[in-house]
Design a protein around this ligand. Structure first.
Ligand SMILES: CC(=O)N[C@H]1[C@@H](OP(=O)(O)OP(=O)(O)OC[C@H]2O[C@@H](n3ccc(=O)[nH]c3=O)[C@H](O)[C@@H]2O)O[C@H](CO)[C@@H](O)[C@@H]1O
Ligand SMILES: C=C(OP(=O)(O)O)C(=O)O
Length: 423
């Protein structure tokens, strides 16, 4: 296993091109299971998760070609295999997104219950409820979901759960409903840009979908989808992580190729913390930060502040002058980063689904452990600003979601070295 050594205290400076969105790329790649012919996807980030999805689709008899320029071509070879094995599915949450497309195209699916980041309770009851409403017979045996349907029929489906809607659940139900007979209405649908991107992709492939980006999605089923060329949206979470790294180091960083309209809640949060981004049509510059203010932030479903930025925001707030409260209402237990930040001198106290942060003037380098993707990103942000050296272990988590992380850090002038963990 590899670890990162970061010497903190340098101001990040330079320009970064934001990569394609992991959480849009993965369900779009999965949807290709139900699209005959060669689909060409552009802007697919080179990540551990997209690589796992390629392996999973290959196992499901999809021919995959990967070009060096982030283009991936996907072409199902037959409709005979519908078994998604534990060994691959356990490595990431989005592998559950093969369930809907498999069911729609092959009439059956056997998919291991998914893994993903260790960020709290992550059931898939809403996915299964939605697919059952479309006519699938579903059972869970020995850790696998078995789903079968001779024909999927449109239905009215309410996808709201105790914490709001479900992102991958909406993807699964939408990917199946586009090929169901008749009309499907998904209520309490997730509005995240990644769900909209999947919907836009399906629509460009011949699906009939209305209401994307709203809680009510209306779908008229079609007989077949057609292979197309499609470009995945930029990763708003990666973009925001770099903005926070720039701010905490009082650096001067410009981010290019991003969607400003996906980042409103982040800009609002940054402004409340005294960070005023210079916003252009498809780029953002963070510079001239001298003092950050405490702020109270609540992670909620889109368009509110995203849970996937909660850990990074917590890291940022550790160096303000006062008390901040960061709350996560999507994953109320997503606070594995708190104890590690405390090793670096942060003053934090967990209180239910919140963490109370008493800002300190400096953080100090320490040995810390990455526990999940965004918690690891939070540790990087803290390490960049800390005095002295930080060693972050288990960085494979970061490779799930940040393309060329070490290269991008170095290009901004960070003092970072990747090395083997000692035995
Ligand atoms: C691959 C991918 O896109 N991952 C994202 C996706 O995860 P994922 O799709 O797993 O997250 P969900 O939107 O499904 O989960 C939101 C909330 O609903 C609950 N829930 C979910 C499904 C279900 O069947 N029953 C249920 O109760 C969950 O426990 C959680 O509290 O959205 C999350 C919330 O924006 C992000 O943090 C993840 O990065
Ligand atoms: C939690 C995340 O990913 P996953 O849902 O794949 O675990 C994430 O991208 O922050």
């Amino acid at each position: 296993m590899d670890q990162l050594k970061i010497q903190g205290g340098l101001k990040l400076k330079g320009t970064i091109t934001v990569s394609g969105a992991k959480n849009a790329a993965l369900p779009i790649m999965a949807a290709c299971l139900a699209i005959p012919g060669r689909t060409i996807l552009e802007n697919i980030p080179k990540l551990r998760d997209t690589n796992s999805m390629i392996q999973l689709l290959t196992q499901l008899d999809v021919k995959v070609e990967q070009a060096s320029d982030n283009t991936v071509t996907l072409e199902p070879q037959s409709n005979l295999i519908s078994h998604a094995d534990y060994d691959l599915v356990r490595t990431m949450r989005a592998s559950v997104c093969v369930l809907g497309p498999l069911l729609a195209s092959r009439g059956e699916a056997t998919v291991s219950l998914p893994g993903g980041c260790n960020i709290g309770h992550r059931p898939i009851d809403l996915h299964l409820k939605g697919l059952a409403a479309l006519g699938a017979e579903i059972s869970i045996q020995q850790g696998y979901v078995h789903a079968k349907a001779r024909e999927l029929r449109g239905a009215r489906i309410f996808l709201g759960g105790p914490q709001g809607s479900t992102v991958t659940g909406t993807c699964n139900v939408m990917s199946a409903a586009v090929l169901a007979k008749g009309e499907t209405i998904i209520e309490a649908a997730a509005c995240e840009p990644e769900v909209v991107d999947l919907g836009n992709f399906l629509q460009a492939s011949g699906a009939h979908i209305e209401g994307l980006g709203t809680p009510t999605i209306k779908i008229q089923g079609v007989e077949e989808l057609q292979a197309i060329k499609y470009r995945v949206i930029p990763d708003r979470i990666e973009a925001a992580t770099w903005m926070m790294a720039a701010a905490i180091t009082q650096g001067d960083v410009t981010l290019e190729s991003l969607r400003i309209d996906h980042l409103s809640a982040l800009f609002d949060a940054l402004q409340r913390a005294g960070i005023v981004p210079e916003i252009m049509s498809d780029s953002v510059r963070i510079s001239g930060i001298h003092q950050m203010h405490p702020a109270d932030i609540v992670a909620l479903p889109y368009p509110s502040f995203p849970t996937d930025l909660q850990a990074q925001m917590t890291a940022l707030m550790t160096l303000t002058t006062g008390i901040s409260v960061v709350t996560d209402r999507v994953f109320p237990d997503r606070f594995m980063h708190a104890a590690e930040l405390m090793r670096m001198g942060a003053r934090l106290r967990r209180d239910g689904c919140s963490v109370i942060i008493d800002g300190v003037p400096t953080l100090s380098g320490a040995h810390v452990m990455a526990s999940d993707l965004r918690a690891s990103a939070a540790l990087i942000i803290a390490a960049l600003a800390a005095q002295g050296e930080t060693i972050i272990r288990r960085i494979y988590h970061l490779e799930r979601g940040y393309e060329n992380l070490t290269g991008k850090l170095m290009s901004l002038g960070a003092d970072v070295e990747r090395m083997k963990e000692p035995k």
